[in-house]
Every structure is written in structure tokens, then in C-alpha cells.
Write a protein that binds this ligand. Sequence first.
Ligand code: GLU
Length: 291
Amino acid sequence: MTLLTFRFAPSPNGDLHLGHAYSALLNQRLANDTGARFLLRMEDIDTTRCTPEFEAGIHRDLEWLGLRWEEPVRRQSEHFGEYKAALEKLIAEDLVYPAFMSRGDIRAFISDRERRGRDWPRDPDGAPLYPAVDKALSRKERKAHIAEGIPFAWRLDVAAALSRVGTDLSWTEFENTSLSTARRVQALPQDWGDVILARRDIPTSYHLSVVLDDALQGITHVVRGMDLFQATAVQRLLQELLGLPEPAYFHHRLVLGPDGRKLSKSLKDTGLAALRAAGTTPEDIHFMVGL
Ligand code: GLU
């Protein structure tokens, strides 16, 4: 039997807040209840926004909450070579293409279309889908653009990817925190358009590194916030393309702020360090997040 493995995978680009506390504590509780492993992973591919200070703060906050995890902690910034190897496989299979449009180019292209009365499609987060302009470039044109030094990102050709793996893509989603019942959810990665798999300045992306690491670390249960529910569609597609195992998912409720909105890293009063400094105890945090 495979050993069940849970993980908490924060990005050290800010302070942890009550939402992170809920996610980490829930993962640890589920791991304890099932005799599973519990891992911590630093998702620090954005080396400009992620800092050693935030990372140290995450360790401090989680230890204070009473969490224990296996060492060593995987730090994504130390594994760019592994992500690059996977990207190169996708490049060799023509499943990604160089995308040359800057944010400004995209905005201009879309507002031009919208001026002509056509609503441009948006992804589940509300961002406009990437125009098909670069996908239509010939090999020769791509080579010429690259030779000219035009910066580019690698984007997944979702249509090509889906025709490779088939459109009948789904994932297992647990329905409650006791993980007692689950359903299959249909994955529609096309709703995100041609997502970025590697940026001009970062040789990977959230989606690419998360699926590779979940596989490498033998994660069987991905328990994370509801805000990443739709992203699972892209991740399932990548798992199929790269021949990676499929974990089961549970997207838990989000801890909301007093205004009913999702917490953000800039909301100081719900930050764990600020709460600790104000005399809040770990038991209080359990109570505040409802665990
Ligand atoms: N690093 C992501 C975040 O902090 C979470 C990724 C995941 O759990 O899949 O939002």
C-alpha cells in the first residue's frame, strides 16, 4: 500500500495569516488521523518576491502553532534544473510555444478586439486568455524572433495538449474534511487558455513546479484552499502530459476577513506574527479558524 502523504506548500513572499494556519493545521490533522507523512514545501520560484526573512517567518509561525514536518524541506528555487528538464520535454514534443506578446501588447490587442464589439474570453480568475497570435507563427518566424532577442515566455498549447491526452480529463475531489466521500470533477483546462509554463526571467511556473514536486514528493493528497480549485484542471492536464501520478484533492473553505473577503498577505491584523505579538495563543488560533 502506498504511504499517504500530505503537504503544506506556502510561498515565502509575505507573512502567513489565519487562512494559511487553517490549511497547515488541517493538513497536519488529516496526516495524523491517517498515519500519513506531512511535508512542508517552499514555493519560492519567484526569487524577487520570496525572501529568506519570509521563509524564516513561516518556520517560526508553523513551529509556534505546534506543527512538525519531515526534513529536509524542499525549496523549489533549488530545483530549477528539474523543472527545465520537464519543460524541454514539452518543447521537444511541440506542446509549448514561445509567446512574445508583452502585457502591454496583450492589453492593446484585446482592447482593439473589444472596441470592435467582441467580448474577449476570460479565465476563471478573470484574466483575459492569451491571444492565438504567437501560436500561429511558423517555426521560421519563431526562430527569427528569438534570434532578434525578443523576450518570450513558454506557453502551453492547450489544444495540442488536449488532443494528446484526450478531453475526458477529471480529478477526485473529496467532499468534506473527513475525506469520507469524494466525487469526480471534470477538468476543463481550456478555460485557462494557453497558460505560461516558464517565464522570461523564471525558468518555470507555479503549475509546472507544483505538479512535478507533488509527484516527486509522492504527495497522495493535495489539501489546499478553494481558490485553487479551478487551477487543478491545468495541473491534471500537465500530470497526464508528463506521465505523473494523480493525487486526490480537497479544496477547503477559505478563512475570510471581518469584511467577508479573502485574506491577503498585507492584512496585518490577521497575520500570525501580529496575532502572536498581541498575546494570541496557538489554542486561540485553532478556535479562530474553527479547528
Ligand atoms: N504556493 C501556493 C500558495 O501559497 C499553494 C500551492 C498549492 O497548494 O498547490 O498559494
